[in-house]
Design a binder for this molecule. Sequence first.
Ligand code: NDP
Length: 273
Amino acid sequence: MSQGAAGNPTVAMVEAAFQHHGLPWRYVNMEVARDDLAAAVKGAWAMGFRGFNLSMPHKVAVIPMLAGLAQSAALIGAVNCVVRRDGQFVGENTDGKGFLTSLEEVMETKGKSVVMFGAGGAARAVAVELALAGVRHITIVNRNAERGQELVDTLRHKAGVQAELVVWQGDYKVPAGTHAVINGTSIGLYEPEARLALDLDTLSPGMVVADVVFNPPRTRLLAEAEARGCTVVDGLGMLVNQGVIGVKHWTGFDPDAAVMRRALEQALALSPA
Ligand code: NDP
């Protein structure tokens, strides 16, 4: 359920999975006004929906309308995926888990040090999931100190990970010993030339550099990091993997991520149909 979103590439991606596996399911995008969310959730329950995704601002507003929350959704304070489970609607957050799946394809995260730019919804989801997966230390680099500190406090006191805030001023220098650098901000979204304030000379070839931005998937940050020999992870993988996890929650079926990525790329006009 989204507020004001007409087209949605996620629909093409999830329906491609249903079709590929011959599952008689439908995934439809519904525009729901803020004041109608409670009625929409009740309607979804009454009509037997197995679940649904939500976009902002519904990700936060839906929480009191649900019977319970999964651990990470509670820590993140947002629900992007609702699942009918044991006779009730439960809130999950699959954004951070989707990112983690992508990241763990290229590195082991347990015991590692991570730098994360941003402290908004996507950064919160990713940072909480990294903490729950056993990352050792997370540095949050954010322009807005209050928002950054709120995330650091959650990470330290509720997710039990070492965390610190750096208020972002000028080009950030990545400390030696950092294993992964993640852009969790919206810098680069629809703006291939947008520059993230980072001293590129502090990136080293052993590092992984990842981006939550999925359009364009090859952001300026990833191109520059790759040129310095870093391993890069794009935001499309996160979007695909959160879809894979959602389909599994709803249907119990593990869909083919490659089929879903192809459908998403076509819907975003990133590759030919
Ligand atoms: P929010 O508005 O919640 O947060 C935006 C964050 O970006 C804040 O930390 C903000 O900093 C920071 N920011 C924005 N512009 C600048 C700038 N010019 N300089 C420094 N910091 C900046 O957005 P979301 O977290 O919801 O989304 C962030 C990105 O994640 C979007 O591009 C979105 O498309 C992507 N995303 C990707 C997903 C995927 O599956 N790949 C899933 C969900 C989101 P401050 O706090 O200082 O304002």
